[in-house]
Design a protein around this ligand. Structure first.
Ligand code: ATP
Ligand code: MG
Length: 385
């Protein structure tokens, strides 16, 4: 940079100042300087936007507006050119204001010698070059880290996938041999012995379920998304029909699903989301005489979101965020069965769609699970397209 011509922009509405500055630069002994002049606030911002200059000198007063104001506006517009404010004598307040607005430095006009001008300009440019280098280095490091993380994540996922897969076979053997023992040698075992063996079978089945859930969790992040328009109202109705048909008790559940819920996404994955959320609502209302489940859409602060709510067991708000971590359960398997992986799966799928999830609940009253899908589409008649 030392041999490069330093391009300077002067923003000043007084032509005399321009002439004076040009003279000062012509007297500078070290280095080459090229001075451009913008005669007004607006022109100054326009030229700055071209990002052609190494440094910019700004007069403290530009018509009605101040130089500090211009600097502030330039920084807001993410113009990173070093900016030096030219002030009058004793304008300490203006200097402070300018520095707060993002000025790199200031020069008192009447006290400025060619040497001081040269030093200030050169120092500002040097600082900027260093800052750019540091930023580029930081970006490079972030990119490197991200690549490393992605590779580790991939490895971890394929590891958990193959481990889960390999664990299935010995489990099947455990369950099979326990069953054979019960069937073929049951007469030689007393009641306690049979109960222990049944315990082994139950535990191995529980573990098999856990492995299946873990595999699904791994799968939802691994599989490629097949995106299209998905009618969530229909999907919700299908899931509820399935839940009703599987329910042997024949419970009385009032289900309300909003019409016209639709999005752009992966139907298979979104079915898993609704199966888990509506499945949870179904499960956690099982002790209610009159269960109510709702699946709808709403809006707050300009953000559209979906919700699945129920009037079941609810939960303590304190633990609301934990629920989305794998294996985190607030209820025992005696109260409500499950492995605690459903909501973790929901979160992964929603975030793959670019959305987020959260929950609100009150113990023994209600639970509401919210999620956003940024590609929400309204297919209700008359909805804006
Ligand atoms: N509708 C709900 N009402 C009350 N608590 C809920 C509700 N949905 C989830 N929870 C709480 O969040 C925990 C985690 O839910 P998640 O769906 O991940 O697991 P699970 O339903 O227990 O098991 P799985 O989904 O793996 O069969 C649940 O165990 C429960 O404590
Ligand atoms: Mg669940």
């Amino acid at each position: 940079m030392s041999n490069e011509t330093i391009k300077v922009l002067l923003i000043d509405d007084d032509e005399d100042d321009y002439i004076l500055t040009r003279e000062l630069f012509s007297l500078v002994k070290d280095g080459e300087y090229e001075l451009d002049w913008a005669a007004s606030y607006e022109e100054g911002l326009q030229v700055l936007a071209r990002r052609e200059h190494h440094v910019c000198l700004v007069d403290y007063q530009l018509g009605e507006l101040s130089g500090a104001h211009l600097i502030h506006q330039a920084r807001e517009s993410r113009f990173t050119t070093p900016m030096i404010l030219l002030t009058g004598q004793g304008d300490h307040k203006i200097d402070v204001e300018a520095m707060e607005a993002g000025a790199t430095d200031y020069l008192v006009k009447d006290e400025t010698s060619p040497a001081r001008l040269e030093r200030t300009v050169r120092y500002a440019v040097k600082l900027n070059v260093e800052r750019c280098r540091a930023e580029a280095e930081l970006e490079r490091r972030v990119a490197e880290r991200t690549a490393q993380l992605q590779a580790t994540n991939k490895e971890l996922e394929s590891f958990s996938y193959s481990v889960s897969h390999d664990l299935r076979a010995p489990l099947r053997h455990m369950d099979g041999f326990s069953q054979a023992l019960l069937e073929d040698y049951g007469s030689k075992l007393d009641e306690d012995g049979k109960a222990y063996l049944q315990g082994v079978r139950n535990a191995s089945r529980e573990m098999a379920q856990l492995i299946d859930d873990m595999l699904q969790l791994a799968r939802v992040t691994r599989t490629e998304m097949q995106q299209g328009i998905v009618n969530l109202t229909e999907l919700g109705q299908e899931v509820i029909a399935e839940l009703r048909s599987r329910d042997t008790v024949g419970r009385d559940v009032i289900v309300n699903i909003d019409h016209g819920l639709s999005t752009f996404g992966d139907k298979q994955l979104l079915r898993i989301v609704l199966s888990n959320l509506l499945g949870n609502a179904w499960k956690f209302t099982s002790k209610r005489e009159q269960a109510k489940i709702e699946f709808g859409q709403s809006e707050q602060g300009g953000e559209q979101f979906y919700f699945v709510g129920d009037n079941g067991a609810g939960f303590e708000m304190e633990y609301a965020d934990k629920l989305f971590c794998a294996f985190q359960r607030l209820h025992t398997t005696v109260e409500f069965e499950g492995t605690g992986i459903g909501l973790a799966t929901v979160q992964r799928i929603v975030s793959r769609h670019g959305g987020r999830v959260w929950a609100k609940g009150t113990v023994n009253e209600e639970a509401v699970f919210y999620f956003t899908l940024p590609n929400q589409i309204d297919i209700r008649p008359g909805a804006p397209t």
